[in-house]
Ligand binder design. Structure first.
Ligand code: GFB
Length: 301
């Protein structure tokens, strides 16, 4: 399990704890995933049967736009080292996790897997997207050349326990939770959201993603990547209203149009995964309430 300290990796580790398996992990201090020799040596020592690539440099729209070199280079290094080391160690199954931002900015909705590489990417996150597309291609190349069972799943926007609540680097949902909470504490008149509030986003609770990952590890064995989405999206302004309701902030919501909107919409078609029997169990209001409780319990601000 690579990335077990992150929101996604820790959710998958929690879910895998219910399966008959031993979970191998390494902390960042023990193993630098950007160091090829160290990654190869770790794989030679530990000989994992299955690898989940949930390690990545991630962040929201502003972080992606501000640190293009880090988002491209770090993610390329991490995934290339893990996938190549898995090949050398003859790993039986590898699951690589990407993101819905791999698809073109203006693409037919809902987005099917076949839309990959059919048009230009959203500029704010093209660096991350290119790295994630390279990860899909690495899995496909190692499958084609060496016959390895390396698969890729592309989740929609995720949220849940263990999220990043730093306003400069976070995704929108944790940012809104924090903004609404702080405004409520300060008896402020309004919160500010970035952009026009009109972009639409689809959200999936990370525990639902973890269920999908375990299903895919057991039953999916294909060259093509597969989408993981809830099937529902809403505008950022509607999301902000929902978060304010959960948190109990009843002030105004102001849109700061100096900040970017990013891609207008990225609703995934997850028909392939649903045909395998998966569907999300956690509704958005329930999931936001849980994420807010996690935020309060962990005082991560
Ligand atoms: O979640 P987010 O940062 O990422 O932003 P993306 C989603 C939308 O929410 C954008 C708006 O239209 C933002 O402008 N937004 C409103 C805010 N208020 C805020 C705020 O306070 N903080 C943030 N962060 N956004 C990322 C990509 O895109 O999504 C990554 O950059 C990755 O590559 C990830 O794919 C899942 O959905 O726009």
């Amino acid at each position: 399990m690579a990335g077990h300290r992150g929101m996604v990796g820790s959710a998958i580790a929690r879910r895998l704890a219910r399966e008959d398996c031993e979970i191998l992990t390494a902390t960042r201090d023990d193993l630098d995933l950007m160091n090829q020799a160290a990654v190869r040596a770790w794989f030679a020592d530990h000989r994992p049967d299955v690898v989940v690539v949930a390690a990545a440099k991630v962040g929201g729209i502003l972080a992606n736009d501000s640190y293009p070199a880090d988002f491209l280079y770090n993610n390329l290094m991490i995934e290339a080292n893990l996938i190549e080391a898995s090949h050398r160690a003859d790993v039986a199954k590898l699951l690589f996790l990407g993101s819905s931002c791999i698809y073109p900015k203006f693409v037919e909705q809902p987005i099917h897997e076949e839309s990959l590489l059919t048009g230009p990417l959203e500029p704010t996150n093209e660096w991350y997207a290119i790295a994630k597309i390279a990860g899909i291609k690495l899995c496909q190349a190692y499958r084609r050349q060496y016959g390895h069972d390396f698969i890729s799943a592309m989740p929609t926007n995720l949220y849940g326990p263990g999220d990043n609540f730093d306003l400069n680097t976070s995704h929108v949902l944790p940012a809104l939770i924090r903004k609404a909470y702080e405004a409520k504490q300060a008896h402020a008149a309004a919160i500010e959201i970035w952009g026009t509030g009109t972009p639409r986003r689809e959200f999936l609770h990370v525990d639902d993603l973890a269920d999908a990952c375990v299903l895919l590890l057991k039953r999916y064995s294909h060259y093509d990547h597969i989408n993981v989405g809830s099937g529902e999206d809403q505008t950022i302004l509607d999301l902000a209203h929902l978060v304010c309701e959960v948190v109990g902030f009843s002030g105004d919501i102001h849109c700061n149009t100096d900040k970017p909107d990013g891609t207008p919409r990225k609703l995934m078609a997850a028909d392939k995964l649903r045909a395998m029997g998966w569907s999300p169990a956690i509704s958005l209001p329930t999931g936001i309430a849980g994420a807010y409780q996690w935020f309060l319990d962990h005082k991560v601000f």
